[in-house]
Design a protein around this ligand. Structure first.
Ligand SMILES: [Zn+2]
Length: 83
């Protein structure tokens, strides 16, 4: 009947602590800003699952559903693949 067991009960014992930590990490990375490969400004934000947009130059990038890849070569490959 204490708060700790209530919180654990929300996710269920079967998921365990490590999974909950991963969920928190994914949530954090999905709200983070990323550096735009075009204007080099930290202005890329997730607009929907897998789609990221730079607020400065409006470049749209297909990235991961929850985190944009940090490898700039991968980002550039994806931009050119779309054109
Ligand atoms: Zn930009």
């Amino acid at each position: 009947m204490n708060k700790k067991t209530k919180l654990a009960g929300k996710f269920g014992a079967k998921y365990g602590l490590s999974i909950r930590k991963k969920i928190i990490k994914i949530e954090e990375s999905s709200h983070k800003k990323y550096i735009c490969p075009y204007c080099k400004r930290k202005n890329i934000r997730r607009i929907s699952a897998g789609i990221w947009q730079c607020k400065k130059c409006s470049t749209k990038i297909a990235g991961g559903a929850y985190a944009l890849t940090t490898s700039s070569s991968e980002i550039i490959d994806k931009i050119f693949a779309k054109k």
